[in-house]
Design a protein around this ligand. Structure first.
Ligand code: FES
Ligand SMILES: [Fe+2]
Length: 475
């Protein structure tokens, strides 16, 4: 495909009120970065299921992908005090983040330079980094402190035994690391779109809930299930009364970022014969009594015209502005309807999805786990720290058992969201099995609604073929 083809806009879109139409009726006016569309025709070639099921492909990812990208390794509030540490494990890599006495954060390969034991098995407070095997010890800044029975290591005299370091950059409360010292800065590496986050100030948020669950599916298959809203009509029918699933906007940026914006407070185009009242009723049912995680609700129509096609959005946005101000003390009076209402599911390549907007922000991360058929999916909920208060330390990740449902964490993420994740989980177990059993070896993608999956896959292929940093490996 030539570069010229890549710039062709697609015109195939779901009939009905588009997200852009909704922005045109926004009571506050939306920021330019929401208005501007950025999609491309990336072709129609099928994907090979082997990319999700073959060990050779996973080996190529371990060699060419994971060491050559910026990775979301921690949130600032995971290690707030000097001496706090975080262990971050990805594929066969293991990194140790340590908060320094000057407030900076260093990251090391979490491997003892004696015989290679992990220096720490898990995060926690560190006075020194002392290996639990024979006691080689480093200061928290990675310089060597002590070798027990030093007389037995005369050959190490004069050698630099500081712990090898990774690069660390901090971005809106996220701690990003890479072991590739040649990459540009994180912002430059992400490229176009990274500036959208300057609007939403996620550094003013903290982790209110953090859950993880091993999914019986490849990390990419799992991540991709959260890149499109196409599956909502069959997999999540309970949200169609208030989510315009098929009117989702999909935008693709440089190699490392894309997004979906799914409108809330609007009827799915799959639902017919229902009005604005129905939207308000179904969203209230979905959220239930304790449903403060995603939306506030209100049956008060706020003086908007009853026949306004955006009535429910306007009512819900007004309610959310009030609720958010009550929660954190900030003034949301000028925030657009969209930013206080919609789902902004951004992905930063390859496995990091910090939602944008001003609604309590979900953050997904997917990691290969155990083998090609499993991954660890993590979900954090970030909420804005009330003005004038100190963000609390992040809770530990609550790991849901592999025989347990997301309903066991309904008290942390809300029963509605827990039900949605259980529905996704059921698909993914069967997706992984089905891809292995495929007779024709072809995975087909929709032009528009699945364009993020194609964009993501294209970038991954660039890493594996050496077009982006890394060795050239053909799985
Ligand atoms: S492996 Fe760490 S001290 Fe021996
Ligand atoms: Fe889903």
């Amino acid at each position: 495909m030539s570069d010229a083809d890549l710039s062709l806009p697609r015109e195939d879109r779901c009939p009905g009120l588009s997200y852009s139409d909704m922005l045109a009726g926004d009571t506050r006016g939306a920021p330019d970065c929401l208005v501007a569309e950025s999609n491309q025709n990336l072709g129609d070639e099928p994907l090979d299921p082997a990319r999700y099921t073959s060990e050779a492909f996973a080996v190529a990812e371990r060699e060419s992908l994971w060491p050559n990208i910026w990775q979301f390794a921690a949130r600032e509030e995971d290690l707030p005090e000097p001496g706090d540490t975080v262990v971050y494990e990805i594929a066969d890599k293991n990194y140790l983040l340590v908060r320094q006495s000057d407030g900076s954060i260093k990251a090391f390969h979490n491997v003892c330079l004696h015989r290679g034991r992990l220096l720490r098995d898990e995060g926690g407070r560190s006075v020194n980094l002392r290996c639990p095997f024979h006691g080689f010890t480093w200061h928290n800044d990675g310089t060597l402190k002590e070798i027990p029975c030093r007389w037995d290591f005369p050959h190490l005299e004069g050698r630099d035994l500081s712990l090898p370091e990774l690069r660390v950059e901090r971005w809106h409360g996220f701690v990003m690391v890479t072991e590739n010292h040649e990459l540009p800065s994180f912002r430059e590496w992400v490229g176009p779109g990274v500036e959208h986050y300057d609007l939403w100030k996620l550094e003013e948020c903290h982790t209110a809930a953090w859950i993880g669950r091993v999914f019986p599916a490849n990390w990419k298959a799992t991540a991709e299930a959260f890149m499109e809203a196409f599956h909502s009509v069959v997999t999540h029918p309970q949200i169609l009364g208030f989510t315009a699933d098929a009117n989702t906007r999909y935008d693709l940026y440089g190699d490392h970022m894309n997004r979906a914006i799914t409108p809330n407070g609007a009827l799915s185009p799959h639902v017919r014969g229902r009005g604005q009242r129905y939207i308000l009723e179904t969203i209230a049912d979905f959220l239930g009594e304790d449903g403060g995680v995603r939306f506030a609700t209100s049956a008060d129509l706020g003086g908007f015209a009853p026949d306004d096609p955006l009535l429910a959005r306007k009512v819900l946005a007004a309610a959310n502005r009030e609720a958010f101000q009550a929660m954190d003390g900030r003034d949301y009076a000028q925030s657009s309807d969209s930013e206080v209402l919609d789902n902004f599911t951004y992905n930063i390549f390859p496995n990091f999805a910090p939602w944008g907007g001003l609604v309590p922000n979900i953050v997904y991360r997917w990691r290969p786990w155990r083998d090609v058929d499993h991954c660890l999916m993590e979900v954090r909920i970030l909420t804005r720290t009330p003005l004038g208060t100190t963000p609390p330390k992040a809770p530990h990740m609550h790991l849901i058992g592999e025989d347990e449902s997301f309903t066991t964490v309904a008290h942390l993420i809300g029963a509605g969201l827990a039900g949605v994740f259980d529905q996704d989980l059921a698909n993914l177990a069967s997706l992984q099995k089905g891809m292995k059993a495929s007779a024709n070896g072809r995975i087909e993608l929709g032009h528009y609604q699945e364009s993020r999956i194609r964009h993501f896959s294209r970038t991954l292929d660039k890493y594996l073929s050496g077009q982006l940093p890394g060795k050239s490996i053909n799985p």
